[in-house]
Design a protein around this ligand. Sequence first.
Ligand SMILES: Cc1cc2nc3c(=O)[nH]c(=O)nc-3n(C[C@H](O)[C@H](O)[C@H](O)COP(=O)(O)O)c2cc1C
Ligand code: SF4
Length: 310
Amino acid sequence: MITHPTGLYPGMHAGYVAGNVPKFKKIVDAVHKYDAKIFVQFSHMGNQTKSWETSRPTWASSNVPDLTVGEVPKALTLEEIKELEDSFVQSAVTTMQAGLDGLEIKVAHDGILGQFVSLTKNKRTDEYGGSLENNVRIVVEILKALRERMDDVPIGVRLCINRYVQGDYGVNEALVYAKLIAAVADYISIDSGTWESIDMLVPSMNVPQGFMLQDIARIKKETGAVIIGNGRIVWPAMAEQALEDGTCDLVGMARALIADPFWAKKAKAGKADEIRGCLGCNQKCMGLLLQHLGCRQQEGDRQECSGDGQ
Ligand SMILES: Cc1cc2nc3c(=O)[nH]c(=O)nc-3n(C[C@H](O)[C@H](O)[C@H](O)COP(=O)(O)O)c2cc1C
Ligand code: SF4
């Protein structure tokens, strides 16, 4: 969900538009019908927006373009930083009216907050750049402002612990960010990669399953935060092990659940061998991104899926 008109991106919704709430509520109600929880994730696409799509200047931490987009953005003034921070709060207040169970701030992968914590994108010399503490200041300020407005809502952060871009941060720096974030957020969902290192954002079959678990365990141990571990976790045994040995408190997965929407049901029933495993091929989930959500593994039987787990 996008928080400000300067940060819009095709396929993403405006969280600040009150008229959207009934549409979001339909999704929330559909999820709650199955006794599941649903969180919303807020972002602003920063230097990955295109001014010819938004008809506004493109905002970012500094005037450094994203290599996949190529447009030179406008570095935010201090007043615009306050406006951006406020947009997260206003969007949260608006969107939460749809009955969501919690919210997440996106610092990972793409978007303007990632561009503040990035060592290659943030070239600021004021209090919002120049050191790890300064780079993450905007995130901490947004979290504090959100907490003031909504004390009873779980508030989390999606954070990359390695941007896998030459000159950008890795796990050691991420640990500093995680400690500062953990002081104000309820949980941290750990991931990796950016659009410029998409091979590590949605790692393919060439990357070992659970490749981040060792680093995730370190972040968990040194921050004591509630941690969601992600990254090519495909099978219940690995997820169970990560929980058992205290690597993380919850396990997150994206493509494993796209490949088999009944993953959790089968795992719970002890039928792991019936799970249709994600190959890490990226052919249809990423390959058809912004068109429709598909999976190479579901070809041919998509029409036959009855929706009841059979
Ligand atoms: C189709 C698709 C859409 C995604 N959209 C988001 C998103 O909106 N926000 C986000 O934080 N991550 C997003 N991701 C990244 C996933 O959350 C996840 O971190 C990544 O796919 C690696 O985990 P996995 O191996 O479990 O798929 C997306 C991934 C895919 C495949
Ligand atoms: S297309 Fe299916 S099997 Fe391939 S990576 Fe995406 S979810 Fe996994």
